[in-house]
Design a protein around this ligand. Structure first.
Ligand SMILES: C[S@@+](CC[C@H](N)C(=O)[O-])C[C@H]1O[C@@H](n2cnc3c(N)ncnc32)[C@H](O)[C@@H]1O
Length: 262
């Protein structure tokens, strides 16, 4: 089914950070806390430990109002620059960083990562480690040739983005263009890590509808190669829990770990 494309203005007007938490991440209720968070937390734990990805700076692109995907990275990077297109999402990130009592409670995800690291009791320290490593919360726009313009960033050791590019990109060509533009943000030999969903056409945030680029497994790796990256790892997993297809109709998950050539 053809679904209308969600404009940047519809994101500005209709995307609510609190509805997003409620719909997707609220413990025991959120559509993706469980399978998705497990897929991300396990893969990134492996990448930032035995996978050996580390360095000085990590750019987190299109974080929305979320921090779960940074919980392993904060142990191996000195500096994290996080970002999102929307002011309301950047405000939610600042709330968590500043320990605002109204901030979303990420304790379950933090405990999960501490368990993966073999120290389940360490969760308060981990939250503090992450807070101390996030140095900036910037505005980004994937559709700009320089996505942080007018801010100029030094190329980073790693660029990480989760569940983001399917929002602004209409198709795989536009996705590939974004990957090309990301190259200026990454050092030669640095990593581009993308984790997201396959075969989606839409998602709801509260009762607001948003379109999703339909990422097909068959086209994905080709887009990375055409953009000039070397793929180090590609992992795909099916969506097992299909009980809430009315909220978001994705059918699987992907993780591509790629490298900008030296
Ligand atoms: C489904 S949310 C994902 C949020 C978060 N990364 C996560 O893992 O839950 C999609 C995100 O794409 C962002 N977005 C929309 N248009 C964008 C654009 N032009 N450039 C960058 N991000 C954009 C939205 O602000 C939103 O945070």
């Amino acid at each position: 089914m053809e679904t209308p494309f969600s404009s940047q203005q519809s994101y500005i007007d209709d995307f609510s950070a609190s509805d997003y938490f409620q719909t997707y991440y609220k413990e025991g209720e959120g559509v993706i806390c469980g399978e998705w968070t497990d897929f991300v937390l396990r893969n990134l734990h492996e990448t930032f430990t035995t996978g050996g990805v580390k360095g000085d700076t990590l750019i987190d692109f299109g974080a929305g109002p979320t921090i779960y995907h940074l919980l392993s990275a904060c142990e191996v990077f000195d500096k994290i620059i996080t970002s999102d297109f929307l002011e309301q999402n950047r405000a939610a990130l600042q709330k968590w960083l500043k320990k605002d009592p109204d901030a979303f409670d990420w304790t379950a995800a933090i405990k999960r990562v501490c368990e993966l690291e073999g120290d389940g009791d360490n969760y308060e320290k981990k939250a503090e480690t992450l807070r101390s490593k996030v140095k900036e919360v910037l505005k980004c726009d994937a559709l700009k040739t320089k996505p942080f313009d007018p801010v100029v960033l030094q190329p980073a050791d790693c660029l990480l983005t989760c569940l983001c590019l399917e929002a602004p990109c209409k198709d795989i060509k536009s996705f590939c263009n974004v990957l090309k533009n990301f190259k200026d943000l990454i050092k030669p030999g640095g990593h581009l890590l993308i984790l997201s969903i396959l075969d989606a056409t839409f998602y709801y945030v509260g009762n607001r509808y948003f379109s999703s680029m339909t990422t097909r497994k068959e086209e994905l790796e080709e887009a990375f190669k055409e953009a000039g990256y070397e793929i180090e790892k590609a992992i795909y997993a099916p969506r097992n829990d299909q009980s809430r297809m009315d909220v978001c109709d994705y059918r699987g998950y992907y993780y591509i770990c790629a490298r900008k050539p030296k």
